[in-house]
Design a protein around this ligand. Sequence first.
Ligand SMILES: [Zn+2]
Length: 162
Amino acid sequence: MKTQQCVNCGTQDAMQHFEGRSFTIDYKQVARQVHDIAGWECRSCGEIEFDHDTDSAERYSRVSDQLLEDYAQAIGTEMKRIRRKLQLTQKDAVKLLSGGGHNAFSRYERGEIAPPQPLFMLMRLLDRHPHLMAEVRALSEGTDLKQLLAICHPEQEIVLTP
Ligand SMILES: [Zn+2]
């Protein structure tokens, strides 16, 4: 059996060669399989290194990259679908929901950057309960915050800007 010193923990002859193995690549809630992989696995620390003289390493990273890209695209498409369902422009969506830069939503929707997890959760909640947009609009007026601040600091005149 082919063995070699572990590249990670340094244990002599701990890495054993394997071939024809299938791996599952997990990312968030999705997974993909890549088959017929050859490489080395350490019996001591579990480190795995793919063969570079076959196309194993390349195929593994291609499937992995594609999974990340497809995931980002799917999230982006979902963000866009929900925003349109809520009848918001990207500008409205930034103002009412995400804050941040003016082109944030366009970047989320193109799958360039992942939306912050709380924002994506909020979008999904609004997708299920679109009538809550009325509450979002009311809350973003800030009347309740104005009152809250007035109670905490009655000596100050509070001015909230939109
Ligand atoms: Zn090791």
